[in-house]
Write a protein that binds this ligand. Structure first.
Ligand code: HPA
Ligand code: ZN
Length: 339
């Protein structure tokens, strides 16, 4: 592996399809917002916050992630959070981003749904104006809460229907299978929302099947454990289902032992439409290009594989076909110049 390959992946035009905006909250901004909003946080320094980011499983991370999100109170806070993410994304040659947000983590604390929306939309419009970076919002239901709570959130989203492309499912996977949310996903579908779900990060292949059959997802978030089931893998390949894979997240949450044994190369070998994403970059040690670089270092994936991964990111997006074509042309032109 050479630094050439890393530089090549860094400059590839790409889309990011799996990033939780609350997971982009860097400790510095956490402190600044805590001060601005006069909120106590259980850390004395930025270094102490970073030192606390040692996880052995998803739940360890989630506990600290919801704690951190409490500093987000006003429209300006959400705008500043998303603006900081877009500045990082543009530096990584992200041309389009589809961003998860967790409204229940905020409405449960008394922050109105509209405050979250207005802040995020302001940053999204700013990124489009300043950088030509397009973006879309995906509303995630927290799966550790019950379906009635998700329905209440779907009602909150109704006035914002045109500003949200899809609904998703995140938070504690084990013990909270997709079947728990079948009715609310059906309701969201009839309102015109596309559907995605985290499945097979820690949960078994059965959860992936439920996401496909009961939630009727257009995309699978993570999906790593699908590979344990050959029939399921073949089905995902046949249907060109996009998997939004997050290598550094998998490493930090001990979903994989090390990146050398990460399933991404195997996914591509099996014909799966895999993509590379950052998940919660402020917590997991890197943004999207750090994830590309980590896989370039740890695996035998070559330039063609990384071009395929970038290509998949546009193909798997919820952009209209003409926009996808436009981005693929930009990607092809970039690759042709490197030849
Ligand atoms: N998995 C599940 N839920 C989440 C994650 C994740 O990686 N990040 C934020 N919510
Ligand atoms: Zn995620």
């Amino acid at each position: 592996m050479s630094s050439d390959l890393i530089a090549f992946t860094a400059s590839l035009p790409k889309a990011e399809l799996h990033v939780h905006i609350e997971g982009t909250l860097e400790p510095e901004l956490m402190f600044a917002l805590a001060k601005r909003n006069r909120i106590d946080i259980p850390f004395k320094t930025v270094e102490a916050v970073r030192a606390a980011y040692q996880f052995t499983r998803l739940q360890d991370f989630l506990d600290i992630y919801y704690e951190g999100a409490k500093v987000l109170q006003t429209e300006e806070d959400f705008r500043d959070l998303a603006r900081a993410y877009f500045n990082r994304a543009v530096a990584d040659n992200v041309r389009h981003a589809e961003i998860f947000f967790d409204p229940q983590a905020h409405t449960a604390r008394g922050v109105p749904f509209g405050v979250v929306m207005k802040g995020l939309l302001a940053a999204m419009e700013g990124a489009e104006r300043a950088y030509g970076l397009s973006s879309k919002l995906i509303l995630c239901f927290l799966r550790h809460l019950d379906q009635d709570d998700a329905f209440a959130t779907l009602r909150d989203a109704e006035p914002w229907r045109e500003k949200i492309v899809a609904v998703g499912l995140d938070s504690s996977e084990m013990g909270h299978p997709p079947s728990k949310f079948a009715r609310v996903f059906a309701a969201a579908g009839s309102m015109g929302f596309k559907r995605v779900a985290h499945a097979g990060e820690e949960g078994p292949p059965e959860y992936v099947r439920e996401a496909l059959d009961l939630l009727k997802v257009h995309r699978l978030d993570h999906g790593n454990r699908s590979l344990e089931d050959a029939d399921l893998t073949a089905r995902l390949a046949r249907t060109a289902m996009t998997l939004t894979v997050c290598p550094l997240s998998n490493l930090k949450l001990c979903v994989v032992k090390d990146l050398k044994s990460h399933p991404l190369p195997e996914m591509l070998a099996q014909g799966l439409r895999a993509t590379i994403n950052s998940d919660d970059p402020a917590y997991f040690g890197g943004y999207i290009n750090d994830n590309y670089a980590a896989m370039a270092k740890a695996s035998r994936l070559d330039r063609a594989a990384f071009v395929m991964l970038a290509r998949n990111s546009f193909l798997g997006s919820f952009l209209p076909e003409a926009e996808v074509t436009k981005y693929l042309e930009v990607l092809d032109a970039y690759v042709a110049r490197q030849a």
